[in-house]
Write a protein that binds this ligand. Structure first.
Ligand code: NAD
Length: 261
């Protein structure tokens, strides 16, 4: 198993892509810190399932990724509970869809904080632990929107382009310490994040739900299929393997050909 006795912190892992990545790492033997919001009973069910299905330990950090101090607390929880942070996945993210002139400034600030600044804070606290052990894997969930834009997603596109730059910078800083830093850039993955933005896109563009799915979302994806959360998780697991030790500073697309256009 690739990650036996290692510790993985996955932000935004109570749902969607993050949950699939956390489960993928647990299947490889890692102890897990899950993070994110949700109903306590749902979070506890997912946490307990990780332990029982994969025979590892899992704890939940309720840290709010818009608050730097709480992010430090999450890394501290991982270190105190499991003794290290070997793998960090900066995955928490939210979306808001609106023309720039109507975009609420507080939504801009929130998206930049959760989708970009949180990765800085988590790395700020985790990199010293990884450098000390001369091994680490940092994976940032970026997006096809780290490479190309779509209208009405100004904050999201800005944050995702930012995380691609942060990834390259961090990779260069830790390259000689056995620590790799990469981003995964999915196209549209069928998760609550995508489902929840459909009503706003319907409103912003005056379209029906079916039109948003086929003409807006899958319009961009030449394969005309959504990426699955398990496909993203499998790539994250690969990036933690020895075979991937020379892959660093990259932005790996998994977008059904979207950004090839
Ligand atoms: P999701 O809504 O299913 O999950 C988001 C997770 O982030 C949840 O666990 C939620 O509780 C958590 N979260 C939100 N705000 C938080 C905060 N302030 N503090 C801590 N946790 C918080 O979304 P998803 O689709 O799985 O998205 C995960 C990541 O993948 C995001 O960064 C998103 O931008 C990126 N992404 C998604 C898609 C897609 O099509 N779904 C495509 C490309 C990139």
């Amino acid at each position: 198993m690739t990650l036996k006795d290692k510790t993985a912190v996955v932000t935004g892992s109570t749902s969607g892509i993050g949950l699939a990545i956390a489960r993928g790492f647990a299947a490889e033997g890692a102890n897990i810190v899950i993070n994110g919001f949700g109903k306590p009973e749902d979070i506890e069910r997912e946490r307990a399932a990780i332990e029982s299905e994969f025979g590892v330990k899992a704890v939940h950090s309720p840290a709010d990724m818009s608050k730097g101090a709480e992010i430090g607390g999450m890394i501290e929880l991982a270190e105190k509970t499991f003794g290290s942070v070997d793998v960090l996945v900066n995955n928490a993210g939210i979306q808001f869809v609106s023309p720039i002139e109507e975009f609420p400034p507080e939504k801009w600030e929130q998206i930049i904080a959760i989708n970009l600044s949180s990765a800085f804070y988590a790395m700020h606290h985790a990199i010293p632990l990884m450098k000390a052990r001369k091994w680490g894997r940092i994976i940032n969930t970026a997006s096809a929107h780290s490479l190309v834009a779509s209208p009405f997603k100004s904050a999201y596109v800005s944050a995702k382009h930012g995380i691609a730059g942060l990834t390259k910078t961090a990779a260069l800083e830790v390259a000689t310490f056995g620590v790799t830093v990469n981003c995964i850039s999915p196209g549209y993955v069928w998760t609550p994040l995508v489902e929840n933005q459909i009503p706003d896109t319907m409103k912003a563009r005056g379209l029906t739900k079916e039109q948003v799915i086929n003409d807006v979302l899958l319009h961009a994806q030449p394969t005309k299929q959504f990426v699955t959360v398990d496909q993203v998780a499998a790539l994250a697991v690969f990036l933690c393997s020895d075979a991937a030790s020379q892959i660093t500073g990259t932005n790996i697309s998994m977008d059904g050909g979207w950004t090839a256009q």
